[in-house]
Write a protein that binds this ligand. Structure first.
Ligand code: FAD
Length: 505
């Protein structure tokens, strides 16, 4: 189990030294490259910049938008006094991140809030499965599935840190082979198949299905089971925290730490061509593969540009934020014990909704991921009032308005919800992409996490490009989506290891 209190402390232990991908420690000083630019200030761009700065490189982060942070931004979207997370809201991955845990983020203003439970999954008739941080308490509520749940989850949840280190890394020989094999066995089946084989109750099946939907894959897809376990294990191994004051505080802490190392962040600077940047500098791109093709112009060999252009994106999201006059009136009060609530009913209903998004169809009862930040962080709304955040998956680039469908799903498990709404804000795929060019067609994970694109994204070369000194470091590289910064961390280390002592210039 990762001790939340260690956020900001050095992580003990280390992967084998020397290989480009296996670094797991906090040491710096891998090379002495003198100048670098990072394009994009999402969690991966900032982690990459910090790793470079820790190695003594002078780094400038260039960000297209007026506010830095990418998927970590928080903004006033509805009424004065209400703070809404534009993208990411819940942070088991950031709290577990080997990179972020190396940095003194607490000293730079980051405070995690851990709700008592990680996620709730209400079902019709007032029932509710609750993923508490304690595995035994969670299992106790799952009836005849309790012992199976405990047997599957306990051994790995207690080793969550080991799971994280081997899963949230590019392909490598596992540092913890026993733990990794156990995780691999559990993850060998698609989520829907695994849930049906392991569990008998609607509660346990639905709880696991809800976890697996974070993959943004159909629950019959091979990799969906692995995502289900990662989310389940993180729910017990670290908990699902939010940042006091908003996800922006994570970005602000990263930026503050970067500045303390001599780095700088320039906002309102969209890079349209690599020619704009000082020649000879290292360049790490926290951008979508197709943006890299565009800004590199003729620098990339044609075969490589073609590969990047073929990179596959998954469904998009339709997102809503609400200002509420009161807490959400959940039918089952267990839903108030957690910030994250999975709304979509049974495994069958959820699987149907996720398949539709992949088929390019609108679903009238979509699976909805809802977060109620102000329930645990009173700084998000004026006294007595609340915020809520939710999204559902929709076909990539869809322009359907899903407001009615999302609100109907909330109302289904919280009758009277609509009467609490003071104001609402909606963003479909086009608006999401307009606020962040990396969200191609509304895809929030940097590209589909299909087996083919899971470990070798955007393809075999991963971080390195055929152009010396030019690297990709966004969620379109391993280990993929999520606000963990591990793509940037590994990309920077590969870049530094590839750079001869003395630097590029
Ligand atoms: C609605 C939504 C909900 C999410 N929920 C969660 C969650 O709860 N927990 C979680 O862990 N993850 C969540 N995620 C995923 C997470 O936010 C992303 O996986 C993560 O932010 C990816 O980080 P990144 O650094 O690769 O890219 P991003 O965070 O997307 O940042 C990329 C940055 O690059 C900038 N940029 C792009 N092109 C250029 C250019 N040409 N010049 C200059 N700058 C450029 C963009 O403006 C952006 O700021 C969510 C995402 C979304 C959209």
């Amino acid at each position: 189990m990762v001790d939340p209190a260690t956020s900001g402390d050095m992580v003990p232990g280390d992967f084998a030294q020397g290989s480009g991908f296996s670094a797991g420690a906090c040491e710096s000083g891998l090379g002495v490259t003198k100048r670098a630019f990072v394009i994009g200030s999402g969690p991966n761009g900032l982690a990459a910049a910090i790793e470079l700065a820790r190695a003594g490189v002078r780094v400038t982060v260039l960000e297209a938008e007026p506010t830095a942070g990418g998927g970590l931004r928080t903004a006033d979207l509805t009424l004065p006094g209400f703070a809404h997370d534009l993208c990411s809201a819940i942070h088991p991955l950031a709290a577990s991140s080997i990179a972020f845990r190396c940095y003194p983020l607490r000293e730079h203003g980051l405070e995690w809030i851990y709700p008592p439970a990680s996620a709730a999954h209400p079902l019709d008739g007032g029932r509710c499965a609750l993923a508490e941080v304690d595995v035994a308490k969670t299992a106790m509520r799952l009836g005849q599935d309790g012992s199976t749940y405990r047997a599957a989850v306990s051994p790995l949840a207690s080793r969550w840190d080991e799971v994280f280190r081997d899963v949230f890394a590019p392909l490598h020989f596992p540092r913890y082979p026993g733990t990794f094999m156990r995780f691999g066995l559990l993850s060998s089946l698609p989520a829907a198949v695994m849930a049906r084989i392991l569990f008998r109750t609607e509660e346990a099946r639905a709880l696991f299905a809800g976890m697996a939907t974070h993959s943004v894959l159909p629950l019959e897809a091979p990799a969906s089971g692995g995502f289900g376990w990662v989310l389940t294990l993180s729910a017990h191994g670290v908990g699902w925290p939010l940042a006091r004051g908003g996800s922006q505080r994570i970005a602000d802490a990263l930026i503050s730490y970067l500045k303390s190392l001599g780095g700088e962040v320039v906002t309102n600077h969209r890079v349209n061509s690599l020619r704009e940047l000082e020649q000879g500098a290292l360049i790490l791109c926290d951008v979508a593969p197709r943006t890299l093709v565009r800004i590199a112009e003729d620098r990339l060999p044609e075969w490589y540009a073609r590969k990047l252009a073929r990179f596959r994106y998954g469904p998009g999201v339709f997102k809503m934020d609400w200002a509420l006059r009161a807490p959400i009136p959940w039918r089952n009060s267990d839903c108030a014990k957690t910030a994250t609530v999975h709304l979509g009913g049974t495994l069958e209903e959820i699987a149907d909704s996720e398949r539709a998004a992949w088929r390019g169809e609108r679903h009238n009862r979509p699976f909805v991921l809802l977060v109620q930040q102000s329930q645990f962080d009173s700084s998000r709304a004026p006294a007595g009032q609340h915020t809520a955040w939710a999204y559902c998956h929709v076909p990539n680039g869809s322009n359907e308005d899903m407001t009615a469908q999302i609100e109907a799903q909330v109302e289904r498990f919280a009758p009277g919800f609509q009467a609490t709404i003071l104001a609402r804000h909606t963003m479909g795929p086009a608006e999401m992409e307009a606020k962040n060019a990396n969200l191609v067609g509304g895809d929030i994970t940097g590209g589909a996490a299909t087996v083919r694109q899971l470990f070798t994204r955007p393809f075999l070369g991963m971080y390195a490009t055929p152009v010396a000194g030019l690297y990709l470091c966004s969620a379109s590289t391993p280990p993929g989506g999520g606000a963990h910064g591990m793509c940037g961390y590994y990309a920077a280390r590969v870049a530094l290891n590839a750079t001869p002592r003395g630097g590029v210039r």
